[in-house]
Design a protein around this ligand. Structure first.
Ligand SMILES: NC(=O)c1ccc[n+]([C@@H]2O[C@H](COP(=O)([O-])OP(=O)(O)OC[C@H]3O[C@@H](n4cnc5c(N)ncnc54)[C@H](O)[C@@H]3O)[C@@H](O)[C@H]2O)c1
Ligand SMILES: [Zn+2]
Length: 401
């Protein structure tokens, strides 16, 4: 008998790739998604569901689609009926936006997860109910600033930044003892979380709720802490998330990518193909009751300035990024991943290097543009204006509002 897996948020960027991955591996895949207009545009619906499916092959059509909201217990009851495992991806996603939408982020991400767990509890009380595994989309954002090494004290420390230093545009975290700039160090899973945004706080809360649930009821709960994901199918209409898509959206309109601080902040980007494969492996391998967490990243780092330039090259553009010199509330300086645990326990092996991944992204974007679907490309001024209006950016002269 095939295993039935429910993917919440399965119509999203990661969800579409994972649906295909699991359907091709023989799972019966059911998607539950409310088609949030911020991600899918207005009037999105099941018809549109196959849209990114063009890029994602026929397997998507073998998937069972259900439109509804995970905060609705009646919807969840139907969505969970007969499922054996759940991959929980549904969430509102946006670091900056979360800083002025506390209620919305807590409601979808935390209450949504609580409703999901409550509904799993009910489903498992049925005579044949049997959901044994929950795979959660965790996030690197829960770490806050990554770890840093002070060469003077020869110590690895939790990096932190003070408001006063940000006002002086001193971007690098410093050693609290000797003020030497810290050198970023790969972050392992046991680094204590320090969420720096409402979004990160809700992602950490999701993880904790799943962990509690798994240990109370003997299920397996796996949180995959995704780093920055990029690839075809990324929402082009959502200006609040997805750094690579945002940069590309501006470049395609002949506008420079906007970069906060000085552009030297480092991130660890991972292709959505590697994420989908790793999530399939996690679903298959993590069957022991109890909770586990894994970093999923490529282990290769790139600065934001470098990313913007490489993306421009991939799109045959010579537009240089615009470095704003502003700090954005909720942002961290560097976070790079230690992926040795996922390598050892999930047989995780990132395969797509940044060069090939950006080329693939560029090809997909050109196709989207050619087929007239890039109309919705967001050029981004609105979110920055919103952040300024809420006093959530800092420039050399102080808060910008
Ligand atoms: N993309 C990244 O770089 C990244 C990094 C770290 C973590 N994550 C996490 O991975 C998951 C998937 O991210 P993504 O990039 O595919 O985002 P996405 O926005 O493309 O997909 C999220 C999906 O969830 C749906 N959704 C939102 N609220 C819902 C609700 N209340 N009920 C039902 N459906 C709802 C949306 O319609 C959307 O289809 C999220 O949990 C996100 O926090 C993503
Ligand atoms: Zn020091």
């Amino acid at each position: 008998m095939s295993e039935r897996v429910l993917i919440t948020g399965g119509a999203g960027f990661v969800g579409q790739h994972l649906s295909r991955e699991l359907a091709e591996a023989g799972y019966l895949v059911r998607i539950a998604d409310n088609f949030d207009p911020q991600v899918h545009g207005e009037n999105a619906g099941l018809k549109k569901a196959g849209r990114n499916g063009d890029a994602l092959s026929h397997a998507i059509r073998a998937v069972e689609w259900m439109r509804g909201d995970i905060r609705d217990p009646d919807f969840l009851k139907r969505a969970l009926a007969g499922a054996h495992s759940v991959v929980h991806l549904a969430a509102v996603v946006g670091v900056g936006q979360s800083m002025y939408q506390y209620d919305r982020y807590v409601d979808h991400n935390l209450r949504g997860t609580a409703e999901l767990l409550q509904a799993i509890l009910k489903e498992n009380q049925k005579p044949r109910g049997g959901i044994r595994t929950i795979v959660l989309a965790g996030s690197m954002s829960i770490y806050g600033e990554g770890l840093g090494h002070c060469s003077n004290c020869d110590q690895i420390l939790q990096a932190r930044r003070q408001v006063e230093q940000l006002q002086r545009q001193e971007w690098e975290p410093r050693c609290p003892r000797c003020r030497t700039e810290l050198k970023p160090v790969a972050t392992p899973e046991n680094k204590p979380p320090e969420p720096a945004s409402v979004y990160a706080f809700t992602k950490y809360g999701q993880e904790q709720l799943c962990e509690l649930f798994a240990s109370s009821y003997g299920l397996a709960a796996v949180s995959l802490r995704f780093f920055n994901i990029y690839g075809p199918g990324q929402s082009l209409s959502n200006p609040y998330t997805g750094v690579a898509a945002n940069f590309a959206a501006r470049l395609l309109r002949g506008l420079p990518p906007l970069i906060f601080e000085d552009g030297r902040q480092q991130r660890d980007l991972i292709s959505v193909h590697d994420i989908a494969r790793a999530a399939r492996q996690a679903l298959a391998l993590a069957r022991q009751p109890g909770a586990r967490v894994y970093n999923l990243a490529s282990g290769q780092t790139v600065s934001m300035g470098e990313l913007a330039r490489r993306l421009a090259r991939a799109l045959d553009s010579d537009i240089e990024p615009l470095i704003t010199g502003q700090y954005r509330a909720g942002d961290i300086r560097h976070c790079i991943a230690d992926i040795s645990r996922a390598r050892a326990e999930l047989q995780f092996q990132p395969r797509v290097n940044l060069q090939d991944g950006l080329r693939e992204l560029a090809e997909w974007l050109r196709r989207e543009e050619f087929e007239g679907r890039a109309q919705t490309l967001s050029p981004l001024p609105q979110p920055i204006a919103e952040l300024n209006a809420w006093g959530l950016t800092l420039s050399a002269s102080g808060r910008t509002n």
